[in-house]
Design a protein around this ligand. Structure first.
Ligand code: SAM
Length: 238
């Protein structure tokens, strides 16, 4: 056998994600931040054999390895994580940045159920993947091995601060007419509480109106930065 290391390698896409996030803007930076986010992983031939997922249904959570296919291939050794305000630089390998060599992502997601009626579809929750994301591997999460009680979290040790989210009366009424009002309402709150605006916008008064697409809805919002605390206002659901 040839044991020489290849300088590059080819991965097979085992499936693609169909997601509640049509666009990158607004997607939380880690999956656990939006428990109401839903997705389906559709396995592709020849990986769509029911045998390949036999036993997986017993696990509540999965690791997905995927390609940041919507990020550029170019990368730099230093990146500016939004967590540090977008100005401080740290090493790309000390970050979860999407701009990295090989563009590989790793997300811990919740497995809802598996459908093997025709092909294989995994229904997922609490994820951070844009629609169309190519997946290259699945592994079950092992609590005894993957959970480290005393782990140090570096510059991102604590969960990010959340902003309160309020709906205008109009937005509230628009939400009420949506067939999935309850899940959509939770998802809107989870997504907007993270303040999806670019880091530099948070520093000063920001009159701008923004839009985040979730499922089939364009969620229009702005941020009121008056003291003592900023709040997100949902203006309309279009
Ligand atoms: N949990 C993964 C990890 O740690 O490798 C992803 C973390 S990354 C900071 C999360 C961001 O990736 C999301 O906010 C979203 O904007 C972006 N994203 C999700 N899917 C992507 C894709 N297929 N291509 C490029 N960017 C993507």
């Amino acid at each position: 056998t040839d044991n020489s290391l290849p300088a590059s390698l080819t991965l097979s896409v085992i499936g693609t994600i169909s997601s509640c996030y049509p666009d990158k803007f607004g997607i939380p930076r880690q999956p656990a931040l939006a428990p109401s986010a839903t997705a389906t992983l559709n396995l592709k031939a020849p990986f769509d054999h029911p045998d390949a997922v036999r036993g997986l249904e017993k696990f509540s959570h999965l690791w997905l390895s995927f390609l940041f296919h919507r990020s550029p291939e170019r990368w730099t050794p230093l990146v500016r994580p939004p967590r540090l305000g977008g100005n401080t630089r740290i090493g790309v390998f000390a970050s979860r940045s999407t701009h990295r060599p090989n563009r590989l992502g790793l997300s811990l997601v919740e497995l809802v159920d598996i459908d093997t009626e025709s092909g294989v579809q995994l229904r997922l929750r609490a994820h951070d993947l844009v629609d169309g994301t190519p997946v290259v591997d699945i592994k079950p999460y092992l609590p005894w091995a993957d959970h480290v009680e005393q782990a140090r979290g570096g510059y991102a040790a604590d969960t990010p601060t959340l902003l309160p989210v309020d709906f205008t009366r109009d937005a509230e009424q628009q939400l009420a007419t949506h067939p999935e009002a309850e899940v959509l309402g939770s998802l809107i709150r989870e997504v907007l509480a993270q303040d999806p605006r670019p880091a530099y916008r948070r520093l000063r008064k920001d009159e701008r109106r923004y839009g985040v697409r979730l499922h089939d809805v364009d969620v229009r919002f702005h941020v009121e930065s008056d003291e003592p605390q900023a709040r997100v206002i949902v203006d309309a659901l279009v």
